[in-house]
Write a protein that binds this ligand. Structure first.
Ligand SMILES: NC(=O)c1ccc[n+]([C@@H]2O[C@H](COP(=O)([O-])OP(=O)(O)OC[C@H]3O[C@@H](n4cnc5c(N)ncnc54)[C@H](OP(=O)(O)O)[C@@H]3O)[C@@H](O)[C@H]2O)c1
Length: 320
């Protein structure tokens, strides 16, 4: 038997249970992976919170979910334990990063062979298991906003799971990064190459002081009115503002809204095209996945409560 974390109903993390489930077998074009680390992402608790009921069908298609209660865990890293009859080029024992997948909050997960890429040898399991969802999102934001050398980019929520990767990728592209965060995360942002600014009342003026020559692009990893209004006030071209937090105001603001929601740009092709590069950069230490806390599988609910609190610098990870 294997353990699987699953919701028993829609609601708070109190609805999560650890169930005994059979060790899965692979489909003809799939594999089974023994999960060593599963990344925790806000989408995980949003999926069983009930907030997606209105867009349920679209969302189920996007995440491969077939049942009314979602399978949790959209990314992981682990070791291949079984390979389907039609799969070539993947061996039992291979260490892999798996994304996208559904149900990685488990000892074992089935995945399409196309979701696997080799895990770089020098990347530890927690980092490998939590790199892809945030990292591909981060790369997509910078691509959508056209950020590169010569830009000064404002990153809202720069110390979060996605924000720290946006910060590093933007800095590596030659852009100057102004990042918003709570004051306790300012040294961390400096370490990652950003000029930190406290969010809250007076943000607009603080950013103007930090970037007297102006802001050319903005990445919103937060979703507040303040982040939107500050970005619109500072960035001359709204098409150079990219948000990963879909809100009705953002949809109407003429900015780029990225994600799987209605009318948003999922960027599937772009995200897929940068998977290998992202893994290679993390493996070489050029890109750092900051792990805030790891939890045993049985403490998934505690991980979700920490995530919902919304101030963990870096990633939360489950270690089955
Ligand atoms: N559309 C997509 O494709 C996509 C993909 C991934 C994630 N997302 C969404 O993007 C959001 C961020 O995800 P994440 O994984 O980075 O979450 P996270 O790791 O929980 O980070 C959230 C960050 O927001 C900051 N924050 C909290 N309140 C703030 C405020 N009022 N103003 C400015 N910053 C604030 C926190 O920083 P401090 O601790 O410094 O306060 C925290 O570091 C979530 O809503 C998630 O669902 C969307």
């Amino acid at each position: 038997m294997a353990r699987t974390v699953r919701p028993t109903d829609y609601g708070t993390p109190d609805v999560l249970e650890v169930a005994d489930t059979p060790v899965p077998t692979p489909s003809a074009d799939g594999v089974v992976v023994k999960v060593r680390a599963a990344g925790v992402n806000p989408i995980d608790w949003k999926l069983y919170s009930g907030q997606f009921h209105a867009v349920a069908d679209k969302h189920k298609n996007a995440t491969g979910l077939a049942e009314s209660l979602p399978k949790l865990g959209l990314e992981c890293a682990g070791v291949v334990t079984a390979v389907g009859a039609d799969v070539t080029g993947i061996e039992v024992g291979a260490e892999v990063i798996v994304y996208p997948v559904a149900g990685a909050y488990a000892d074992y997960v089935t995945a399409p062979a196309t979701s696997l890429i080799p895990k770089p040898a020098d990347l530890d399991w927690p980092e490998a298991g939590s790199l892809m969802l945030a990292g591909l999102t981060a790369a997509h934001t910078l691509h959508a906003a056209g950020v590169g050398r010569g830009d000064t980019v404002l990153v809202h929520g720069a110390a979060g799971g996605v924000g720290l990767l946006v910060t590093q990728l933007a800095a590596a592209s030659g852009a100057r990064v102004i990042g918003t965060a709570a004051e306790r995360n300012h040294d961390l942002l400096r370490e990652f190459g950003a000029t930190p600014v406290r969010y809250g009342d007076g943000l607009l003026e603080r950013v103007r002081t930090a970037a007297p020559d102006g802001i050319t692009a903005a990445i919103d990893c937060v979703g507040t009115d303040e982040a939107l209004d500050t970005s619109l006030a500072l960035v001359p071209d709204p098409q150079r503002i990219a948000s990963i937090a879909g809100t009705p105001r953002r949809a109407a603001a003429g900015i780029k809204v990225l994600g799987n929601g209605p009318g948003q740009d999922a960027g599937a092709e772009f995200r897929d095209s940068v998977r290998a590069d992202l893994a290679a950069r993390a493996g070489k230490g050029e890109l750092r996945v900051l792990i805030d806390t790891t939890y045993p599988l049985t403490e998934a609910a505690a991980a979700h409560r920490a995530g919902i609190a919304g101030h963990a610098p870096g990633k939360l990870v489950l270690l089955p």
